[in-house]
Design a protein around this ligand. Sequence first.
Ligand SMILES: [Zn+2]
Length: 151
Amino acid sequence: MTERFICNGMLGKLCKLMRLCGIDTEYSNQGMKILLEARRQGRIILTRNQRLSGYESVFFVQPLKPSLQFREIIEKFNLADELVPFSRCLICNEKLQPINKEIIKNRIPYFTYKNFNEFALCKKCQRVYWKGSHYQNMLYDLEKTLGKKIV
Ligand SMILES: [Zn+2]
């Protein structure tokens, strides 16, 4: 079974990188309440908060740089083969649904409509995603850090 995670307040960027690669990662800035949330939802806590160290299911993230934090998690939990980019909303962690671009034509810039073909929708926040240059650049940076392709 794939691990599920919850990042605490200091790790917002790491949280987004994990969602970018499809890893189920919630976010909490509710201080020590994260312990209850994690237990209720069966998640591993990722944190740099010393107050949380020593608790059950807490993993203390060493690096300061988000891409290096990401690499540490991938290696520690052996997730390299389980990454599914473009499958999860960066904002609310919901699974994305592929969507035909004709349906959302009015909601995206014309340039985007013309130049890209793969679109996905978050049913929860209604945000539309596409595999544009921003997305490709984020992925490319992660691949460079990991030293391997993310497919
Ligand atoms: Zn969303």
